[in-house]
Design a protein around this ligand. Sequence first.
Ligand code: SAH
Length: 216
Amino acid sequence: MTDAGEEAERKMRFLFALRSRGVTDARVLQAMERIDRGLFVTGLFADRAYEDMPLPIACGQTISQPSVVGLMTQALEVTARDKVLEVGTGSGYQAAILSLLARRVYTIDRHRRLVREAQTRLDALKLTNITAITGDGSRGLPEQAPFDRILVTAAAEDTPGPLLDQLRIGGIMVLPVGQSDAVQSLIRVRRGEHGFDYEELRPVRFVPLVEGVAPD
Ligand code: SAH
């Protein structure tokens, strides 16, 4: 088969896997079709970039499973007017997808190296509405708050208070909650006029949310 033929088939299989695991939102599928996951996985595992599995990245972290990225993005109900905060930049893959759906994306990671490498990839893709920042995302990003949407891609034992504070009224936050070495729950929080509404979506497994900025 030609290279173009192989690529088309790989893309079709990738999208089929997403749909069969419950990613049905057309805008999310379109964004995931446009962002090539192969650009976010380097080294030993590069040839597995189109499989529906989490893969190791630098600093002992992981790029999430594509179907989980899709389900989380879908659950976040992002609109083109939204200012979004992502906690846990990692490879930058999730941020790239969010940037096609939102007005503005801020993404924060505690590893300087991951932020630097992610920013390089995002710049190469000309995704100009994303800013990647090194910092402790468990404190949110007060200087840009409030956010219409917040997505956390590392698991905390409980929803971090600063993130709740930085969610706009009418806003939505999606995050994994639970002990890091056990199965966690994906939670959706909606902020109403009078308080927060919590909904449990599905079991997931993420690396832990660790406080403080990493030394590297
Ligand atoms: N969304 C990423 C995958 C994230 S893996 C992607 O698309 O590739 C989880 C990330 O959360 C890791 O990179 C880890 O460094 C980061 N992280 C953990 N605790 C954090 C904290 N307190 N603040 C910011 N980032 C944190």
